[in-house]
Design a protein around this ligand. Structure first.
Ligand SMILES: Cc1cc2nc3c(=O)[nH]c(=O)nc-3n(C[C@H](O)[C@H](O)[C@H](O)COP(=O)(O)O)c2cc1C
Length: 318
Protein backbone atom coordinates (compact mmCIF):
# COMPACT_ATOMS: atom_id res chain seq x y z
CA UNK A 1 0.00 0.00 0.00
CA UNK A 2 1.36 3.38 -0.98
CA UNK A 3 1.81 5.63 2.00
CA UNK A 4 0.80 9.27 1.52
CA UNK A 5 2.14 11.48 4.25
CA UNK A 6 2.08 15.03 5.53
CA UNK A 7 5.63 16.42 5.68
CA UNK A 8 7.11 18.16 8.67
CA UNK A 9 6.51 21.90 8.20
CA UNK A 10 7.83 24.24 10.86
CA UNK A 11 5.16 26.76 11.83
CA UNK A 12 2.41 24.81 10.04
CA UNK A 13 2.02 21.14 10.99
CA UNK A 14 0.79 21.42 14.55
CA UNK A 15 -1.86 18.94 15.70
CA UNK A 16 -4.95 20.89 14.57
CA UNK A 17 -3.69 21.02 10.98
CA UNK A 18 -2.44 17.43 11.10
CA UNK A 19 -5.83 16.26 12.35
CA UNK A 20 -7.59 17.87 9.38
CA UNK A 21 -5.14 16.13 7.02
CA UNK A 22 -5.71 12.79 8.75
CA UNK A 23 -9.46 13.24 8.30
CA UNK A 24 -8.82 13.54 4.56
CA UNK A 25 -6.90 10.26 4.42
CA UNK A 26 -3.31 11.23 5.21
CA UNK A 27 -1.59 8.00 6.36
CA UNK A 28 1.07 9.44 8.60
CA UNK A 29 2.32 12.85 9.70
CA UNK A 30 5.43 14.35 11.26
CA UNK A 31 5.85 16.90 13.99
CA UNK A 32 7.56 20.15 13.15
CA UNK A 33 11.30 19.73 13.60
CA UNK A 34 12.40 19.71 17.23
CA UNK A 35 15.91 20.62 18.35
CA UNK A 36 17.47 17.72 20.26
CA UNK A 37 19.55 20.21 22.23
CA UNK A 38 16.55 22.44 22.91
CA UNK A 39 14.51 19.46 24.06
CA UNK A 40 17.17 18.23 26.46
CA UNK A 41 18.32 21.55 27.88
CA UNK A 42 15.42 24.01 27.64
CA UNK A 43 12.79 23.75 30.39
CA UNK A 44 10.38 20.95 29.45
CA UNK A 45 7.30 23.02 30.10
CA UNK A 46 8.47 25.86 27.86
CA UNK A 47 5.35 26.50 25.74
CA UNK A 48 7.22 26.52 22.40
CA UNK A 49 8.78 23.05 22.85
CA UNK A 50 5.68 21.63 24.55
CA UNK A 51 3.50 22.69 21.58
CA UNK A 52 5.85 21.05 19.10
CA UNK A 53 5.72 17.76 20.99
CA UNK A 54 1.97 17.69 21.51
CA UNK A 55 -0.12 14.99 19.90
CA UNK A 56 -3.90 14.83 19.73
CA UNK A 57 -5.37 11.48 20.82
CA UNK A 58 -7.15 11.12 17.47
CA UNK A 59 -3.94 11.28 15.44
CA UNK A 60 -3.39 7.73 14.16
CA UNK A 61 0.26 7.84 13.18
CA UNK A 62 2.78 10.49 14.16
CA UNK A 63 6.55 10.56 13.70
CA UNK A 64 8.66 12.96 15.72
CA UNK A 65 11.36 14.81 13.82
CA UNK A 66 14.62 15.75 15.51
CA UNK A 67 17.46 17.94 14.36
CA UNK A 68 20.95 18.39 15.73
CA UNK A 69 24.54 17.54 15.01
CA UNK A 70 25.92 15.94 18.18
CA UNK A 71 25.45 12.17 17.99
CA UNK A 72 25.18 11.70 21.77
CA UNK A 73 22.65 14.52 22.17
CA UNK A 74 20.58 13.28 19.25
CA UNK A 75 20.71 9.77 20.73
CA UNK A 76 19.68 10.89 24.22
CA UNK A 77 16.79 12.94 22.89
CA UNK A 78 15.70 10.01 20.70
CA UNK A 79 15.90 7.61 23.62
CA UNK A 80 13.76 9.81 25.88
CA UNK A 81 11.23 10.81 23.27
CA UNK A 82 10.84 7.31 21.88
CA UNK A 83 9.91 6.00 25.30
CA UNK A 84 7.08 8.49 25.90
CA UNK A 85 4.59 6.40 23.94
CA UNK A 86 3.62 9.52 22.01
CA UNK A 87 5.00 8.64 18.59
CA UNK A 88 5.36 5.83 16.05
CA UNK A 89 8.86 6.75 14.93
CA UNK A 90 11.80 9.13 15.13
CA UNK A 91 12.89 11.00 12.01
CA UNK A 92 16.28 12.67 11.60
CA UNK A 93 16.27 16.00 9.76
CA UNK A 94 19.01 16.17 7.13
CA UNK A 95 17.22 18.58 4.86
CA UNK A 96 16.61 21.91 6.58
CA UNK A 97 18.30 24.61 4.46
CA UNK A 98 17.84 27.57 6.86
CA UNK A 99 21.25 29.26 7.23
CA UNK A 100 21.06 29.27 11.03
CA UNK A 101 20.73 25.49 10.99
CA UNK A 102 22.48 24.28 7.82
CA UNK A 103 25.53 26.54 8.19
CA UNK A 104 25.89 25.34 11.78
CA UNK A 105 26.22 21.80 10.41
CA UNK A 106 22.69 20.66 11.34
CA UNK A 107 19.80 19.75 9.01
CA UNK A 108 21.07 19.76 5.42
CA UNK A 109 24.50 20.77 6.78
CA UNK A 110 24.95 17.10 7.72
CA UNK A 111 25.08 16.21 4.02
CA UNK A 112 28.51 17.89 3.99
CA UNK A 113 29.76 15.64 6.80
CA UNK A 114 28.72 12.12 5.79
CA UNK A 115 30.78 10.43 8.52
CA UNK A 116 29.09 12.55 11.19
CA UNK A 117 25.70 11.92 9.58
CA UNK A 118 26.41 8.19 9.70
CA UNK A 119 27.47 8.34 13.32
CA UNK A 120 24.26 10.20 14.24
CA UNK A 121 22.12 7.64 12.41
CA UNK A 122 23.89 4.71 14.11
CA UNK A 123 23.63 6.18 17.58
CA UNK A 124 20.01 7.27 17.18
CA UNK A 125 19.05 3.82 15.86
CA UNK A 126 20.81 2.21 18.83
CA UNK A 127 19.20 4.50 21.42
CA UNK A 128 15.67 4.71 20.01
CA UNK A 129 12.92 2.34 21.08
CA UNK A 130 11.14 3.10 17.81
CA UNK A 131 11.97 2.77 14.11
CA UNK A 132 14.23 5.57 12.88
CA UNK A 133 13.83 7.28 9.52
CA UNK A 134 15.80 10.02 7.84
CA UNK A 135 14.77 12.91 5.60
CA UNK A 136 17.39 13.94 3.06
CA UNK A 137 17.99 16.40 0.29
CA UNK A 138 20.02 15.47 -2.81
CA UNK A 139 23.19 17.05 -1.47
CA UNK A 140 24.63 20.42 -0.51
CA UNK A 141 24.76 21.81 -4.05
CA UNK A 142 24.88 20.75 -7.68
CA UNK A 143 28.59 19.91 -7.40
CA UNK A 144 28.02 17.64 -4.41
CA UNK A 145 25.03 15.38 -5.00
CA UNK A 146 25.69 12.60 -2.49
CA UNK A 147 22.22 11.35 -1.63
CA UNK A 148 23.03 7.80 -2.81
CA UNK A 149 26.01 7.58 -0.49
CA UNK A 150 24.01 8.90 2.49
CA UNK A 151 21.08 6.62 1.68
CA UNK A 152 23.33 3.53 1.63
CA UNK A 153 24.93 4.60 4.89
CA UNK A 154 21.44 5.04 6.35
CA UNK A 155 20.44 1.54 5.34
CA UNK A 156 23.65 0.09 6.81
CA UNK A 157 23.09 2.06 10.01
CA UNK A 158 19.72 0.37 10.54
CA UNK A 159 17.50 3.24 9.44
CA UNK A 160 14.11 1.80 8.52
CA UNK A 161 12.96 4.28 5.88
CA UNK A 162 14.26 7.22 3.85
CA UNK A 163 12.52 10.29 2.48
CA UNK A 164 14.25 12.22 -0.28
CA UNK A 165 13.36 15.81 -1.14
CA UNK A 166 14.57 16.17 -4.72
CA UNK A 167 16.48 19.43 -4.28
CA UNK A 168 19.92 20.43 -3.08
CA UNK A 169 20.42 22.68 -0.08
CA UNK A 170 21.54 25.44 -2.39
CA UNK A 171 18.23 25.34 -4.24
CA UNK A 172 16.29 25.89 -1.01
CA UNK A 173 12.74 25.68 -2.44
CA UNK A 174 13.48 27.13 -5.89
CA UNK A 175 13.56 25.34 -9.22
CA UNK A 176 11.99 21.95 -9.72
CA UNK A 177 12.47 18.88 -7.57
CA UNK A 178 14.53 16.28 -9.44
CA UNK A 179 12.70 12.96 -9.18
CA UNK A 180 15.32 11.07 -11.25
CA UNK A 181 17.61 11.17 -8.25
CA UNK A 182 14.77 10.01 -6.03
CA UNK A 183 14.20 7.05 -8.39
CA UNK A 184 17.92 6.21 -8.16
CA UNK A 185 17.75 6.09 -4.39
CA UNK A 186 14.75 3.77 -4.66
CA UNK A 187 16.86 1.45 -6.83
CA UNK A 188 19.91 1.66 -4.56
CA UNK A 189 18.45 0.55 -1.22
CA UNK A 190 16.09 -2.16 -0.01
CA UNK A 191 14.38 -0.14 2.74
CA UNK A 192 11.27 1.88 1.80
CA UNK A 193 11.86 5.20 0.04
CA UNK A 194 9.41 8.10 0.07
CA UNK A 195 9.59 10.84 -2.54
CA UNK A 196 9.09 14.51 -1.77
CA UNK A 197 8.98 17.68 -3.82
CA UNK A 198 6.43 19.68 -5.79
CA UNK A 199 3.36 17.51 -5.39
CA UNK A 200 0.63 20.10 -5.68
CA UNK A 201 -2.12 18.03 -7.30
CA UNK A 202 -3.26 14.42 -7.07
CA UNK A 203 -2.16 14.00 -10.70
CA UNK A 204 1.37 15.12 -9.76
CA UNK A 205 1.42 12.44 -7.09
CA UNK A 206 0.12 9.70 -9.39
CA UNK A 207 2.70 10.57 -12.02
CA UNK A 208 5.59 10.47 -9.55
CA UNK A 209 4.46 7.14 -8.12
CA UNK A 210 4.33 5.60 -11.60
CA UNK A 211 7.60 7.11 -12.79
CA UNK A 212 9.74 6.27 -9.79
CA UNK A 213 8.19 3.26 -8.05
CA UNK A 214 8.71 4.93 -4.66
CA UNK A 215 6.96 3.38 -1.68
CA UNK A 216 5.19 6.55 -0.71
CA UNK A 217 4.83 10.29 -1.11
CA UNK A 218 5.44 13.09 1.32
CA UNK A 219 3.51 16.28 0.73
CA UNK A 220 4.45 19.65 2.18
CA UNK A 221 3.46 22.96 0.54
CA UNK A 222 0.74 21.29 -1.53
CA UNK A 223 -1.16 20.46 1.66
CA UNK A 224 -1.05 23.99 3.07
CA UNK A 225 -4.66 25.19 2.90
CA UNK A 226 -5.47 22.02 0.97
CA UNK A 227 -5.93 18.92 3.18
CA UNK A 228 -8.18 17.59 0.36
CA UNK A 229 -5.03 16.70 -1.57
CA UNK A 230 -4.87 13.54 0.55
CA UNK A 231 -8.42 12.43 -0.22
CA UNK A 232 -7.90 13.30 -3.88
CA UNK A 233 -4.77 11.16 -4.05
CA UNK A 234 -6.49 8.34 -2.22
CA UNK A 235 -9.39 8.52 -4.67
CA UNK A 236 -7.11 8.36 -7.71
CA UNK A 237 -4.95 5.53 -6.35
CA UNK A 238 -8.07 3.45 -5.82
CA UNK A 239 -9.51 4.26 -9.24
CA UNK A 240 -12.06 6.78 -8.00
CA UNK A 241 -12.66 10.45 -8.72
CA UNK A 242 -11.12 13.34 -6.84
CA UNK A 243 -13.49 15.63 -4.94
CA UNK A 244 -12.80 19.30 -5.61
CA UNK A 245 -13.67 21.35 -2.51
CA UNK A 246 -16.32 24.03 -2.92
CA UNK A 247 -16.03 27.49 -1.37
CA UNK A 248 -18.39 26.21 1.34
CA UNK A 249 -16.06 23.25 2.03
CA UNK A 250 -13.12 25.59 2.31
CA UNK A 251 -14.83 28.02 4.69
CA UNK A 252 -16.04 25.13 6.86
CA UNK A 253 -12.48 23.82 7.02
CA UNK A 254 -11.19 27.26 8.04
CA UNK A 255 -13.80 27.53 10.80
CA UNK A 256 -12.98 24.10 12.20
CA UNK A 257 -9.26 24.77 12.05
CA UNK A 258 -9.78 28.15 13.72
CA UNK A 259 -11.91 26.69 16.49
CA UNK A 260 -9.36 23.97 17.30
CA UNK A 261 -6.54 26.50 17.42
CA UNK A 262 -8.57 28.87 19.64
CA UNK A 263 -9.31 26.04 22.05
CA UNK A 264 -5.64 25.15 22.26
CA UNK A 265 -3.52 28.30 22.03
CA UNK A 266 -3.83 31.76 23.58
CA UNK A 267 -6.34 33.78 21.58
CA UNK A 268 -3.84 36.37 20.30
CA UNK A 269 -1.54 33.66 18.96
CA UNK A 270 -4.38 31.66 17.41
CA UNK A 271 -5.75 34.74 15.63
CA UNK A 272 -2.31 35.57 14.30
CA UNK A 273 -1.47 32.03 13.17
CA UNK A 274 -4.81 31.55 11.44
CA UNK A 275 -4.22 34.55 9.18
CA UNK A 276 -1.68 32.67 7.06
CA UNK A 277 -3.84 29.52 6.98
CA UNK A 278 -6.87 31.55 5.81
CA UNK A 279 -4.76 32.97 2.98
CA UNK A 280 -3.82 29.44 1.90
CA UNK A 281 -7.33 27.96 2.24
CA UNK A 282 -8.95 30.67 0.17
CA UNK A 283 -6.17 31.20 -2.34
CA UNK A 284 -7.45 31.48 -5.90
CA UNK A 285 -11.04 32.40 -5.05
CA UNK A 286 -12.11 35.70 -6.53
CA UNK A 287 -11.97 38.51 -3.95
CA UNK A 288 -9.85 36.45 -1.53
CA UNK A 289 -6.95 38.90 -1.52
CA UNK A 290 -9.16 41.82 -0.41
CA UNK A 291 -10.94 39.66 2.15
CA UNK A 292 -7.58 38.54 3.51
CA UNK A 293 -6.36 42.12 3.83
CA UNK A 294 -9.52 42.87 5.80
CA UNK A 295 -9.12 39.88 8.09
CA UNK A 296 -5.51 40.78 8.82
CA UNK A 297 -6.78 43.89 10.60
CA UNK A 298 -9.29 42.07 12.80
CA UNK A 299 -8.36 40.72 16.23
CA UNK A 300 -11.72 39.33 17.25
CA UNK A 301 -12.32 35.75 15.99
CA UNK A 302 -16.12 36.24 15.99
CA UNK A 303 -15.66 39.15 13.63
CA UNK A 304 -13.38 37.08 11.42
CA UNK A 305 -16.00 34.33 11.29
CA UNK A 306 -18.62 36.89 10.21
CA UNK A 307 -16.37 38.18 7.42
CA UNK A 308 -15.77 34.61 6.25
CA UNK A 309 -19.51 33.89 6.14
CA UNK A 310 -20.09 37.08 4.21
CA UNK A 311 -17.33 36.09 1.79
CA UNK A 312 -18.89 32.66 1.33
CA UNK A 313 -22.25 34.24 0.59
CA UNK A 314 -20.75 36.61 -1.98
CA UNK A 315 -18.75 33.82 -3.61
CA UNK A 316 -21.84 31.60 -3.93
CA UNK A 317 -23.80 34.43 -5.56
CA UNK A 318 -21.02 35.31 -8.02
C1 LIG B 1 7.37 26.55 5.83
C2 LIG B 1 8.17 25.29 5.68
C3 LIG B 1 8.60 24.62 6.83
C4 LIG B 1 9.34 23.44 6.72
N1 LIG B 1 9.73 22.78 7.86
C5 LIG B 1 10.38 21.59 7.77
C6 LIG B 1 10.74 20.85 8.94
O1 LIG B 1 10.45 21.24 10.09
N2 LIG B 1 11.41 19.68 8.76
C7 LIG B 1 11.74 19.20 7.51
O2 LIG B 1 12.33 18.13 7.39
N3 LIG B 1 11.39 19.87 6.39
C8 LIG B 1 10.72 21.03 6.50
N4 LIG B 1 10.34 21.69 5.36
C9 LIG B 1 10.56 21.06 4.05
C10 LIG B 1 9.33 20.25 3.62
O3 LIG B 1 9.06 19.21 4.53
C11 LIG B 1 9.53 19.64 2.22
O4 LIG B 1 10.65 18.81 2.23
C12 LIG B 1 9.71 20.71 1.14
O5 LIG B 1 8.82 21.79 1.30
C13 LIG B 1 9.52 20.10 -0.27
O6 LIG B 1 8.25 19.53 -0.39
P1 LIG B 1 7.05 20.29 -1.19
O7 LIG B 1 7.57 20.58 -2.57
O8 LIG B 1 5.92 19.29 -1.17
O9 LIG B 1 6.76 21.55 -0.45
C14 LIG B 1 9.65 22.90 5.45
C15 LIG B 1 9.22 23.58 4.30
C16 LIG B 1 8.49 24.76 4.40
C17 LIG B 1 8.01 25.44 3.15
Amino acid sequence: MTSVRLAPLAGVTDWPFRLLCFEQGCDCAYTEMVSAMGYLYAPKDQPATACLLERHPDEPRLILQLFGKEPDIMARAAEELSSTGGYEGIDINMGCPAPKIACAGEGSGLLRTPDLAESIMKQVVKASHLPVSVKLRLGWDESCINVLDIARRAEDAGVSEITVHGRTRQQQYAGEANWDHIAQVKQAVRIPVLGNGDIFTAEDGMRRLKETGVDGLMIARGAMGNPWLFSQLKALTSGGQAHIPTVHDRIEMVLRHYTMLLNWKPRRIAVNEMRKHIGWYLHGIRGAAQMRARINLIDDPEEVFAVLREFEQQASEA
